[in-house]
Design a protein around this ligand. Sequence first.
Ligand SMILES: [Zn+2]
Length: 315
Amino acid sequence: ISCNGFTLSDQRGLQAVGVGIFPNLCQANHDCWPNCTVIFNNGNHEAVRSMFHTQMRIELRALSKIAPGDELTVSYVDFLNVSEERRKQLKKQYYFDCACEHCKKQIKDDLMLAVKEGEGKPSAEMVKDVIQFSKDTLEKINKARMDGLYHEVVKLCRECLKKQEPVLGDTNIYHLRILSIASEVLSYLQMFEEAADYAKKMVDGYLKIYHPNNAQLGMAVMRAGVTHWHAGLIEAGHGLICKAYAILLVTHGPSHPITKDLEVMRVQTEMELRMFQQNEFMYYKMREAALKNQKIQVMPEPSNEPSPSLFHKKE
Ligand SMILES: [Zn+2]
């Protein structure tokens, strides 16, 4: 069970609800750049007795065309770590040395460690200092989040981003981690414009690092889309929601509850975008009225837990 248990997430993928053992899925080996993904689908229980009723199930889904005879692989860890870190994590949790192509050739490590190029290229010493500062900040952020001090988290993020700005490249993982926390917490505090700005930068970085059909990427693009929507940036919001929908059609499948939510959002934002393009003034008037009448849907409270992965090792 220790190595082969998949942690089942609830249908929103937010909370672990149990551990399942699926003998045939255990045969899918790990690759940091896999050709398949494992997704838990709660099924559609409201449609009992209709043809749309589906059972709770776990799916092994292809991320792209797979040639006959190719081995099916899934990733047990988030790709957003340099190869050395991923290998350490895999060794610790799953007791093997990853020899996948991306680890062997350290593919994308350069992007994840990127520093500013060109005029005023920072010295190795400066880079080291900023990375250490970022690590210390991430620790302080964790503590502040645990205590529910979200304004303190925002302060720490802003301070760190300012330090990183002249030194780290746009795809540096320490930069992306701070951007991710900043956008999530600012959304929770309903400071959507600043949140959207960080979310956009985060997604731009993720798109260069992740496989185009990666579930984590899809979820991040979805959150960024919702944040832009809340910020009144309907054009960018709709674009991101469409992008997320395209990714989740592959990673989660059309019948997954999150994909269905995205489809609803896609239709809604498309309608709003059309209204916006026809009459910008009326759009803002209506939006203003809507905001006065009802509070904007509040984003879920950011959790202290790192985002749950499907492959947490169970003790
Ligand atoms: Zn690997």
